[in-house]
Each structure stands twice: as C-alpha cells, then as structure tokens.
Design a protein around this ligand. Structure first.
Ligand code: MV4
Length: 455
C-alpha cells in the first residue's frame, strides 16, 4: 500500500480523499492555489503545498506544478478527484512516467473513452446497446443525409471529443442538416480542437441512468448498480438518487451486466461510470463513459456500503477487489442534493462570499460532504459546489422524508444557495413519484419567464 498520496484537487472532493487516506493510515499531501490559502480543509492534510495563482490554469490544471509538488513531497500516488485533470490522459501518462501512480484508469483507457465515437465502437463490440446513429464519426454530407434519413428525424449531432452535453446540436429536418453539421464541426474544432462529429437518433425526454463500475488490475470487473441523475438543469446535475426509481430489477440487472462487458472490452481499471439514456419504454442506450470518480458517488456508497475512494486507492496500489459481484447487494435508497453557491432566482448566477452562519443537519442516515465552515469565504474562481447533502433510508419514501427533514435543518447564511430549490423539488408530486426526465427542470419546475412579463 502507498505510504503517501497527493490530492490534486480542492474543496469537498479534496477533503473526501483526505478522509479516506486517514482511515487507510496513508499520509496525505494537499495542494492549494493562492485563492484557497488558509482554507480550513487543508488543515486535515499532513502537509499542504501552494502550487500557484488563483486561476485554475496556474494551479489545479497546471501539470508541471502538480508534478513538482509530488516530487517535493515524495508521494507515491496522485488522486485527481473529479474535474480539473481527472480525465486528462496526458496527465495520467506523465504521472506514470514520473513514477507516481495515477489513481484512476490507465491513460490509454482515458484517451479511448474520451472519444465518444471510440467508446461507442467498444460498446458495439461488447454487445452493449447504443443509440442508433453513425458507427464512428460522420464522413461526407451525403453520408450524413443518407444516415439521418434512415434513422429518422430529429437527430442529434454530437462532438466526438465532447461529452456532458458540450457540443450537442439538434437537427429537426433534412433541409437544415448540412448547415447544422458545419456549425457543429466549427464549434467542436473551437471547443475541443477536434472537428469530428457523430450522429444519433434523438431520444425524447430520456432519463439519465448511470452504472458505477470498479475494476482491478487483475481483470476483475464488478458493477455497483445504478444511479438516476435525470434531475439537472443545463447539464448541471441538481439531485441524484440510487437505485434508479421505477426501473424494474430485471432492467437494472441488464444495465449492470452491460456496463461490466463494456469496461472489460475497454481494458478499464479503477472506478468509472457508464452513462445510459433510458426511454419511456425502459429501453436503455449507452452514451458515454466517465473515466473518474464522480460528484454523485456517495449515493452508491450509501446503498452498497462500499467506500469507493478507498477502493480506488487499493486498486491503484495493485490490490485485488476483495469481493465479487454477488457480494455487492444494495440496501434501501439514497438521495444527494448538490448545494451550490448560486442564486436560483437569478439564472443561477454564482454567489461567492463569506459564510456567516452554518447549521449542519444530523441524525440517522444523514451525511454532509462539504469543506465549508463559518467564516470561510468561497472564492469566485472555481465551481460553485459548497456541499453535498446525502441521505440514506430503508426505502425511497423514507429517504424522501429524511431529505425534506435534513433540508429544513440545513442553514447556510452569507451567500445565496440552491437550498430553496431543493426544498421545492422534494415536495413536488412528479419528483415524489419518480416521474422526472432530463427535461423536467426546464419544462416543469422552472419554465422560462415569457418576455415582457414581470415577476
Ligand atoms: C442525448 C439526448 C437525447 N438523444 N442523446 C446530454 C449530455 C450527454 N451526456 C448526452 N446528452 C443527451 N444525449 C440522444 N441521442 C439527450 C441528452 C440530454 C441529457 C442527457 C443526460 C442528462 C441530461 C441531459 C439533458 C439534456 C439532453
């Protein structure tokens, strides 16, 4: 096992990794930008090293500075958290070539899964159902027109190097396809330096269901069941739950098995997620792989009893997974609310600032993953997640009531947060019934105000 690990991240996930290391008896080195100097979570680490100015490009995204900190602190491994460098194949490769274990997948797997067209080819080969569309990048305009006609409109044009909703464009009828393709290629080139795009049939009002997988370096792959992350706004998730509501066990079992086949075919190691769209008839279609630990991993931890961060560390150290698929049984139901320093009444405008009061809920089945404290100032330079409120209970109804209770206990003053929105969500009949899809927030919860009307 490693003696010392460096955490190449900040905020709640840095603290989450620090906590796992402490429980494993591993020394942990934090890094911080000038904007995070003095942040209270850094005191939990055995050592903290400043790696640069506030801008991410000068600190948490700066590979030479992170490698230098790892050298200075003499660590054996680097945990990238999520975001920042977590899915950067060059960073993973540089870590390994500098003799630091990268606590994540092999760089080859990150690179391959980073191209959605490649991931879909692997899925096809592993007999994992995909959304009907182009097998690989679209070629000529003529090829695209022929294909779109055969799958039927509307079609979605997606950037091969995109993901998470970036670089998507819907095309509703043939006359606009060629112009849409060109626009999508230009956008993809500008955003990802890769103009490659692919086509998919547009799935109407899909649910977003993802499967957590764990793989060791000895060929064992297991899934840790599913999460529903449909509740999102503009590709920012608001609430996640596990297991996916209203999905029959048979479908969930097939999803898990499909995810394991895909991970094996991809040569995947460490923790990862296979994302699927589920249509109104409960048919599922693979769309992409997330080659990292995700923000919403706690809901899976709550229903399986696993510590996914510890498993990541053990697998990276070469240990075998100490359980098999039949050992991964789920118990009860879990929800997570992402509490962001944003103002939901003002188009989710970021609301950084100083926390003047904080009351954290407790009691049975409540977990609060957060780095904030009274007196702490949320810097404006990074994403606005200030905490994750997670509950676990024997069934979905009990978990709903528990989350309502915990949301009512939670007090955060000094900044605007998404807390009031979560209180509404957990009292909405559609959400209570598990009847939401990826369009629900914008369609039902917060329909756009009509121009010319006042509040
Ligand atoms: C789709 C889709 C409908 N049909 N693909 C957006 C994020 C990226 N991971 C895939 N996304 C979508 N792909 C087809 N063929 C609808 C979405 C989508 C979505 C997916 C997951 C979670 C939220 C979403 C919100 C809007 C659209």
């Amino acid at each position: 096992m490693f003696q010392r690990i460096l955490v190449a991240n900040r905020g709640e996930i840095a603290l989450r990794v620090i906590r796992a290391c402490k429980e494993l008896g591993i020394e942990v080195v934090a890094v911080y930008s000038q904007a995070d100097r003095g942040a209270p979570y850094l005191e939990q680490a055995d050592r903290a090293i400043c790696i640069g100015k506030a801008a991410s490009t000068d600190s948490y995204l700066n590979i030479p500075r992170i490698i230098a900190a790892a050298e200075v602190a003499d660590v054996q491994a680097i945990h990238p958290g999520y975001g920042f460098l977590s899915e950067n194949p060059s960073f993973a490769e540089i870590c390994r070539s500098c003799n630091f274990e990268f606590i994540g997948p092999p760089h080859e797997a990150i690179r391959k899964m980073g191209l959605k067209t490649e991931a879909k080819l692997v899925a096809n080969a592993a007999k994992v159902p995909c959304v009907p569309g182009s097998d690989g990048p679209v070629g000529s305009n003529e090829d695209a027109l022929r294909l779109a006609r055969s799958i039927g409109y509307p079609v979605l044009i997606k950037a091969a190097a995109g993901g998470g909703g970036k670089g998507m464009r819907i095309c509703r009828e043939e006359p606009t396809l060629v112009a849409s393709l060109q626009a999508a290629r230009n956008e993809a080139e500008a955003a990802f330096k890769n103009s490659s795009v692919y086509l998919e049939k547009f799935i109407d009002k899909p649910r977003h269901v993802e499967v957590q997988i764990l793989a060791d370096s000895h060929g064992k792959v297991v899934h840790c069941w599913d999460r529903d992350c449909s509740l999102q706004r503009r590709h920012q998730k608001l609430v996640e739950e596990a297991p996916a509501p209203t999905l029959p066990l048979k479908v969930r079992t097939h999803l898990g098995e499909a995810a394991v086949r895909l991970a094996k075919a991809a040569g995947y190691v460490n923790a990862g997620t296979c994302e699927f769209l589920v249509d109104a008839d409960n048919r599922f279609y693979f769309i992409e792989v997330n080659a990292r630990i995700q923000v919403e991993h706690p809901v899976t931890e709550q229903i399986t009893g696993l510590d996914l961060i510890k498993q990541q560390i053990r697998v990276a150290a070469g240990e075998s997974l100490p359980f098999s698929q039949s050992d991964i049984v789920t118990r009860g139901h879990s929800f997570e609310c992402r509490i962001n320093s944003e103002d939901p009444d003002n188009d989710f405008r970021p609301s950084p600032g100083r926390i003047t009061a904080l009351k954290v809920p407790g009691g049975p089945g409540v977990r609060w993953d957060s780095h904030i404290q009274v007196g702490y100032t949320i810097p404006p330079h990074y994403d606005s997640l200030v905490g994750k409120l997670i509950v676990h209970a024997a069934d979905r109804n009990e978990a709903l009531a528990r989350m309502r209770r915990a949301l009512d206990e939670l007090v955060i003053e000094g900044i605007q947060t998404t807390l009031p929105l979560h209180r509404r969500i957990f009292r909405h009949p559609d959400f209570i019934a598990g009847q939401v899809d990826t369009t629900w927030v914008e369609r039902v919860l917060m329909p756009a105000k009509k121009a010319g009307t006042t509040a």
